[in-house]
Each structure stands twice: as C-alpha cells, then as structure tokens.
Design a protein around this ligand. Structure first.
Ligand SMILES: [Ca+2]
Ligand SMILES: [Ca+2]
Ligand SMILES: [Ca+2]
Length: 385
C-alpha cells in the first residue's frame, strides 16, 4: 500500500515538475481533453479517466456476498468480495490556479482536492483547492475481487449414512444431523444394529457377552444367541430310555416308543433285541406311547424330561404290553385304541390303500401321519381313523 502510494507520488511530482517547466518556458500548456466524469467512481471501485474509461474496476463490490450451490454435508457455497474502496493518497504543489487545473486534468484518475475532501471526509487545512495550493487524491481499490468459494452451514454428517455411536445406532437425517434409529427390544442399551443382532431378547446378553452354549435352560434367555432358547436349544436336550416287555414280561423287540407333545410326535425309538430303547428329546413333558404289531398299545402321560438328563420309563411287569386281541371294524385292536395295518380285512377293517395302511399303522384315530418315500421326497399325509 505504502509503496504503491509512494510510487504514485513520484509520478505526480515528475509530472508536476514537467508541467511547471512547460509553463515557465512559454505560456500555459493546452489542457488535455477531459470528460466531465473524470475521477468519478464507476463500476466496482473504479473511476473514470479523462477519456471516460472506467479504470480499476474489480470483479465485485467489497463486502458483497454471493451464494452458490450445495456442498459438503448439506452446506451452501458462499464467497465474499474482498478489498476496500476509498480515496487515498495526496500531494500538494504551489502554483497558479491555471497550473493546478492543468495538472488536475493531466493526471488520469485524479480528483480535485475539493472532491477528495468530500469523498474521504478529510478535514483540516492541509489541502485547499484555491490560493495557489492544490491537493490531490486518487481513488483506490484494494483487492476488489471475489474470494474463493467456501462451504458454510454444513451439517455434521453425510445424509443417509449410518453409524454405531457406542451401542446406539444412528442414521444421518436429510438435514445432515445424527439421529438415533436403532432397535433395542430388551432395553439393555445395546441396539440390535450395534451388537445385539443375535439375541436382542434379554437384557445383558448380546453378541459380545453371549455364552458358548445355553448356560441355563430355564431362564427364558437365549444365552448363546443361537436362536433357540432353553429347552428348544440342543444344549438342553435330555433323553428318555427304558425297556419294553411283552407277554410273560419277556423283552419285546421292534416295539415303537413315541414321545408326543399333544398329538405331535417329537421323537420315536424302536426297541432292540433286549427290548431296550433310547431317544434324545428336548427337555419338556411328554406322553409316551408304545406300540407293536402284535400288542395292544400303552400310553404313559406326563413324562418329565429335565434338561441334560435322562429319564427312564419302562414298560415292564404290570406295565408290559398285552397281546392284541382281535381286530375291530375301525382297524384298532380289541381293548386297544391304536390302528394296526395288520387288521386289514378283519372284521370289516379296510384301509384306503396300502400307503394309508402303512402311514396309519400304530397311529390313533384322528392323528395325521406323514410318510416320506423315495427321492425326491414324496410326502404322504394321511388322516387316520
Ligand atoms: Ca438390546
Ligand atoms: Ca440358545
Ligand atoms: Ca436359556
């Protein structure tokens, strides 16, 4: 700034001395043509020269703000026009009024002392227009150009993004602000999306704290986060085993022992040559039905199988199976409510076809039985009775 002003002073003084030399050498110099707008402001901090050209105009007016499109995280582009406009720089000289006028008019962009005083608000007697002392100012424009675009008023996140903030799942709103968006069914402060994805069902159990196996089969919690809880978990399986006897309390082979919940068979086993059977079952309570082609079926109700333990249930002695009497018209045995395929054709017993006879053998009236045959699997569903 100072150097620019100082340089201009040098130019001024050179021209001043030249002007005076010309004046002293042979009369007044001819005033150069100059428009009435000389020195008046124009454009953005520019001014008119004698030929009415707008000099020094910037690309914008200082302080003006312009907004562009969107940017960043819901931000807006903004740029501000820099620089200042003003009048500065003075010089003075002595001479006649004509010389002052000629000097004023000869300097591109100069304004008279009077005008400079009016524009700049300067006061005092340092510059006068008349009386042989003239003062001069010139308009100055400093960096009157647009600054770089900047992004302002940005949000904290990219819209649509997501994160886990500790244990809380958050998504970034259309306004670029984080908002909680997780689910936490068990209210243990661990969101489903942030680590409770396997078992958001009981407080305190989540992916990082889950056990390797079901630690309790009665707490209502899926402790190992495998999707099964308590007795439904393989880890809680128990078993039922025992011995089946027939006539004369002799071991009975090929008897079928079924464990039922309601009318659904959960597991079944066939006795071996020693009349023994064993089967794994989920812990729970079952009705046990033992059947044999040649014997009347027997049922034991309310057999409890605790988690991870074996329940023994024998069909021996007083509970051994008794031989099937004769067949009845509904294909069950006399004194027996179990359907026997071997009753086909006896006392009016008739099955729809051999497949139905096979499916319903040892079932009870009203049961639905399913039979898988061959590959690909062919499923036969029979309504028995
Ligand atoms: Ca949770
Ligand atoms: Ca489990
Ligand atoms: Ca459990």
């Amino acid at each position: 700034m100072f150097s620019r002003t100082f340089l201009f002073f040098l130019v001024v003084l050179l021209i001043v001395s030249n002007s005076f030399s010309a004046a002293g050498g042979g009369g007044n110099p001819p005033p150069p043509p100059c428009s009435g707008n000389n020195g008046q402001p124009c454009g953005n901090c520019g001014y008119y020269d004698c030929q009415n050209n707008c000099i020094g105009s910037g690309t914008c007016y200082p302080g003006t703000v312009e907004y562009g499109g969107s940017c960043g995280n819901c931000g807006t582009l903004k740029r501000t026009c820099g620089g200042t406009c003003g009048f500065s720089g003075t010089s003075s000289l002595e001479g006649s009024q004509d010389s002052v006028n000629a000097f004023e008019n000869s300097i591109v962009g100069m304004v008279s002392a009077k005008e400079w005083k009016e524009r700049s608000g300067a006061s005092g007697g340092a510059v006068t227009e008349l009386g042989g002392i003239g003062g001069f100012g010139f308009p100055s424009c400093y960096n009157c150009d647009w600054g770089a675009w900047e992004c302002f008023n940005e949000g904290v996140c990219p819209a649509g993004s997501a994160r886990c903030n500790n244990a809380s799942y958050q998504t970034c709103s259309s306004g670029c602000q984080w908002q909680d968006a997780g689910t936490n069914a068990d209210l243990d402060s661990m969101d489903f999306q942030c680590g409770d994805s396997l078992c958001d069902n009981v407080a305190g159990i989540y992916n990082a704290t889950k056990a390797d196996s079901e630690t309790s089969c009665t707490d209502g919690a899926d402790n190992d986060c495998d999707g099964t809880t308590d007795c439904a978990d393989m880890d809680c399986k128990g078993s039922i085993a025992g011995t089946v006897a027939g006539e004369s309390n002799a071991s009975l082979a090929d008897a079928t022992v079924s464990a039922l919940s309601g009318t659904m068979t959960q597991a079944a086993a066939t006795t071996d040559g020693s009349g023994k059977y064993a089967m794994a079952v989920d812990c729970g309570t079952y009705n046990l039905v033992v059947s044999h082609e040649d014997y009347a079926s027997l049922t034991k109700e309310g057999i409890v199988v605790p988690p991870q333990s074996r329940t023994v249930s024998d069909f021996i002695s007083n509970h051994s199976l008794v031989p099937l009497g004769s067949c009845e018209a509904d294909c069950t045995g006399a004194g027996d409510d179990t359907i026997h395929s071997s009753c086909e054709g006896i006392h009016g017993c008739s099955f729809y076809d051999s497949t139905a006879a096979q499916a319903c053998n040892l079932a009870r009236k009203g049961w639905f039985r399913m039979l898988y045959k061959g590959k690909p699997v062919k499923l036969v569903v029979a309504s028995c009775g």
